[in-house]
Design a protein around this ligand. Structure first.
Ligand code: NDP
Ligand code: MG
Length: 381
């Protein structure tokens, strides 16, 4: 079980909830990082006394250094400093709750330094699943899932001694705020409507990814790398209530599911306490007050991003990294009202098609594919 943590992206939705879990469990924090939220990072540093606090934005880091001048916390700024936080010697586990491909290099650095990874940043596996899983295996470190679906699967697999017994993974998806609407209506939806997620309170980027179903596409890829199953054995079912967090079907037909209140602190906590379970701050599930549990097929017509992600993953190489890069640009543009909802899959498709075929990509190949995809998306906004 984790004792000493570094939290990358501590000011975000996952980062803030992780600090509640850390406080409840009495774990210690070695490093905290964020992009530019100096005010919140100051508050967090005063509460948990990390050795190092990093802001990747240099100007914000200068502000933070002034704010924390009376404490023993060292403050650094810039992208390189994020790598330094990822390898702080005293930490046994690094929680990767940075958003986007910005999480990739620090995750690789942390693995290389022998840290277990509590993995929230799914973009890391989408872009570089082969590299990251191979590095973790080489170093003998764990990739402990924080994403609720992957944590559910991880929990269902605890009693499983032979992975060959697993027939199929079933990821549940809430469907987001637009599931069930007509395509013409969805096409008009702005980011303000898309940001109203029915069940989860998350960062803006993943909330848009949930509305487009790109999030579920990314999660299929994440599951493929974490659990070593081919894409065709990873299914998605729309389950509007987000009570069943995912399921595993075994070869004898048995299906195990993990249920719980929609509260990310549970999967965060399990990543820290595995293989144990401790009492903590998480909400309890009250079955008698749950709405009816329903299951529906995904709507590939109105939400093409799920298939787009499956297709990019099936093509392999750097295609999924291209998908992610274009999606980051497209989501940022949608969040600033520059493009419409269906421009997101359009830009992603263009970038996947434009990405080169690379058999066994290196980190440089992946970063180059990301840069090319961003340029393609930007040019076609
Ligand atoms: P948020 O947007 O809420 O938080 C992102 C964090 O990363 C903030 O601390 C932010 O700092 C920091 N950050 C942003 N950009 C950069 C950058 N370029 N370099 C370094 N740090 C940066 O995101 P979430 O917490 O919602 O999501 C984090 C990750 O977890 C994502 O990969 C997401 O897919 C995954 N995840 C999230 C879930 C959720 O419930 N939120 C559920 C499952 C997975 P600052 O505040 O200063 O901008
Ligand atoms: Mg999820």
């Amino acid at each position: 079980m984790t004792q000493r943590l570094t939290v990358l992206g501590s000011t975000g939705s996952i980062g803030r909830q992780s600090l509640e879990v850390i406080a409840a469990l009495g774990l210690s924090v070695e490093g905290l990082t964020a992009h530019k939220n100096a005010k919140l990072l100051e508050e967090q540093a005063r509460a948990v006394h990390p050795k190092l606090a990093v802001l990747t934005d240099e100007a914000a880091a200068k502000d933070l250094a002034v704010r924390l001048a009376d404490t023993s916390t060292r403050v650094l700024g810039g992208k390189e400093a994020l790598l330094e936080a990822a390898i702080l010697p005293e930490a046994d586990t690094v929680l990767t709750s940075v958003v986007g491909i910005a999480g990739l290099e620090p995750t690789l650095a942390a693995i290389d330094a022998g840290k277990n990874i509590a993995l929230a940043n799914k973009e890391t596996l989408v872009c570089a699943g082969a590299l990251v899983t191979a590095a973790a295996e080489n170093k003998g470190v764990k990739l402990l899932p924080v994403d609720s679906e992957h944590s559910a699967i991880f929990q269902c697999l605890q009693g499983c001694r032979d992975r060959g017994e697993v027939e199929r993974l079933i990821l549940t998806a809430s469907g987001g705020p637009f599931y069930g609407l007509e395509r013409e209506k969805i096409a008009q939806m702005t980011c303000r409507e898309a940001l109203k997620h029915p069940n989860w309170d998350m960062g803006a980027k993943i909330t848009i990814d949930s509305a487009t179903m790109m999030n579920k596409g990314f999660e299929v890829i994440e599951a493929m790398w974490l659990y070593g199953l081919p894409l065709e054995r990873i299914d998605v079912v729309i389950h509007r209530q987000s009570v069943i967090h995912s399921l595993v079907e075994f070869r004898d037909g048995a299906v195990l599911a993990q249920l719980g209140a929609p509260d990310m602190r549970l999967p965060i906590q399990y990543a820290f306490t595995w293989p144990n379970r401790l009492s903590g701050p998480c909400s309890r599930l009250d079955l008698l007050h749950c709405a009816d549990l329903t299951f529906l097929p995904p709507d590939g017509e109105n939400f093409p991003c799920l298939e787009l992600a499956r297709d990019a993953a099936a093509q392999g190489g750097v295609k999924a990294a291209a998908l992610n890069g274009a999606n980051e640009v497209a989501v940022a543009a949608y969040l600033s009202d520059k493009i419409g909802f269906y421009d997101i899959p359009r830009l992603c498709r263009l970038a996947v098609d434009a990405a080169p075929v690379v058999e066994t990509p290196t980190l440089d190949d992946i970063l180059a594919a990301d840069a090319l995809a961003r340029a393609v998306a930007q040019k076609n906004l």
